[in-house]
Design a protein around this ligand. Structure first.
Ligand SMILES: [Ca+2]
Ligand SMILES: [Ca+2]
Length: 224
């Protein structure tokens, strides 16, 4: 069979030898009816699809705009909430000058002489510890406090100790022991019995290890 109607061999029954009976014609026409409309349907369906796409696109765009507006409003609301929370967090995290003054006021000199251990317990009873020192600025603040309270750079306990193990120094408040201001030749553990840290030692007013059972003034610091 020739592809006389331009539909090609695929629209035929494929046999070629079958006589062109009415049934065959109907069969071929049915193929034709199926096949021809397929092209039309494809186009038509395509147009419908295009129209549907267009309408759907409009609806989709409209919905997207709607969602965008809602999303934008939600984002703005969330952003405002986040900004408010950040402002509160900053207010809590970064104390102003008044809070800094309050923290400085929590460092105090205890004039009454006590052994190192009793001085530490006395600080604990006030919610603090013997002072720890982490840089030269902190050390100078402690020296100024001692001078302003006692009018001299008096030897005074702060929180350093190597009582647990020789030459393993700790601050009683648990902070890192990462700054040193030892006097020359100190700590010397003189007599094998010096395990507590006193400040304002010697002419240079530096640090010395000394017998812990000696009674001295002390400096307490209460953490913020
Ligand atoms: Ca020692
Ligand atoms: Ca010493």
């Amino acid at each position: 069979m020739k592809p006389s109607d331009g539909l090609g061999w695929m629209v035929s029954d494929g046999g070629g030898a079958e006589p062109r009976t009415e049934a065959t014609l109907q069969k071929q026409q049915s193929w034709t009816r199926v096949t021809r409309p397929l092209k039309g349907e494809c186009l038509h369906t395509g147009r419908l699809k295009l129209q549907a796409d267009t309408q759907g696109e409009q609806e989709r765009v409209s919905l997207q705009q709607h969602h965008l507006i809602i999303s934008t409003m939600k984002t703005l609301a969330v952003s405002a909430l986040v900004c408010a929370m950040m402002a509160l967090t900053r207010a809590a995290a970064f104390p102003g000058p008044k809070a800094a003054n309050d923290q400085a006021a929590k460092t105090n000199l205890v004039k009454r002489p006590m052994t190192w251990a009793k001085a530490e317990k006395n600080c604990l009873s006030m919610g603090g510890n013997l002072a720890s020192v982490h840089d030269i600025t902190e050390y100078h603040e402690i020296q100024r406090l001692i001078m302003s309270a006692s009018y001299e750079y008096k030897e005074t306990w702060i929180g350093g100790s190597d009582a647990q193990e020789e030459n393993q120094w700790f601050w009683s408040d648990g902070s890192p022991f990462n700054y040193l201001n030892w006097c020359g030749g100190e700590p010397n553990n003189a007599g094998g019995n010096q395990h507590c840290l006193q400040v304002n030692h010697g002419a240079e007013k530096c640090w010395d290890d000394y017998q812990c059972n000696t009674r001295k003034p002390s400096v307490c610091v209460k953490k913020a």
